[in-house]
Design a binder for this molecule. Sequence first.
Ligand code: PHE
Length: 518
Amino acid sequence: MDQKQDHANTILTQLESAETLNSLEVAKSLSINHQDLVGCLLQLESANYIKTEGLKQDQLILTDEGNTILNSQSGEYEIYQKVPEAGISMVDLQKVFGIEQVPKVKQEQGEKKEKQVEDPKKRQFDQGFGNAKKMGYIKMDKGVITKVANDLPDKIKLELQSFNTIKLGSQQAKLLVERKLAMISTIKYFEIKKGFKYAPKFREQFAALTTEQLLSGEWKECEYKSINLNAEGEKISMGNLHPLLKVRKQFSQILIGLGFEEMPTNQFVESSFWNFDALFQPQKHPARDAHDTFFCSDPELSEEVDTTLRDKVKSMHQTGGVGSIGYQYEWSHEESRKNILRTHTTAVSSKMLYRIAQQYKEKGYFPKKYFSIDKVFRNETLDATHLAEFHQIEGVVIDKNASLGQLMGIIREFFRQIGINKLWFKPTYNPYTEPSMEIYGYHPVLKKKVEIGNSGVFRPEMLAPLGFPEDVNVIAWGLGLERPTMIYYDIRDIRTMVGPEVKVETVRSNAFCVFESK
Ligand code: PHE
């Protein structure tokens, strides 16, 4: 049996006759370190052989100086012993202690006084000398130091020899603390009582039942540890969602909760037709030029769209319709076929709206709510808040009764669910919506008003060529994914959210859910 088991059994035997045990005394009786006993107590307690209660106690312990005196003698006694019976002068006594006399040099005026380094021997001597006088070992008369009496004992050393009997709080203890020979330290210990499975002898508990124990029949005699249902278990290392994906997931859940269906967004390369032309965005629009849009070189042009659709879009741009005069310019077919990386998710919406209008021809009108969340691309200069690729979230509501009021209502509800309650709408311009509104929100984290989105009612000039009946309205709004993610996860630089800058540890430890609606 190992020593730990021996100790365990000793504790259990001691408990047999005692109501409670003090771990400090047990450690003393076992002649082991208190800290080593703690391990043993834990084992016994987890097997419910004992119950412990952690307690604190102030204790008087010897300081290093106290220990030195205990092992040799006190400073005052050393001085007492070195004083000859005939008496001695101070200078000579110091010599006996090997203290060199530093002659006092007269100082010239203006001469810098050299700082004298204090001799530790001298300090010790002075202290011992003072105490020797105070304690009545020696006296000084007309410059001669003599012993007060012969054969005096080293009182302090004697006191320290019976240190264990000195009570905390006694006058004696106070004096020792004052002389820095002892100090008070708080120690932690345990009060030990019998546990509900107490037995005078400890039997090792097994963590698991083994095949060997079953085969040999040994299991009948064995004791087993009970299952700890509160054990945390090992942390499983697994993949974690990137902050953008977490926020994206939450946004899509909110939108699904509001009855929106997700549109397919799996196409980064889009034709200018769906990204711009179908959105009644004129071909001379500055956003189309090479500063903002990434054009593709191979294949440079996209496949043809349906020619009827193309012609309707063309004539809407050139001469207008549905009460509009259009843009009055020569629409270029080739320009509309240029392949680009989509610059906004509204390209996805325009394609979807066309599909819905086609379905209306067969099935007749039905209302519909769609959303998309995916990547878009713009040829931006990269900095802490801009990337050339980012994500947009877009919501589209197709409804005969859709109105500006309804759009504002949906937007309010959507933002309420991500914890933004105060909203402001500001008129703005988009080629494809009229009226158009920028959305501002009071940001609870930033504590200020920030632009959070854009929205509007799709223009008849956009909807009519796609084949929408005149009485069907479409309202929509869009916002970026990066900004709310940065705010809620306290990410200062957008560039740390992509590529090798992403810190895996941060991704792991980030909260799964960040939005809280009120
Ligand atoms: N497409 C707009 C943008 O890129 C957002 C928007 C979506 C505006 C839908 C109105 C309607 O900012």
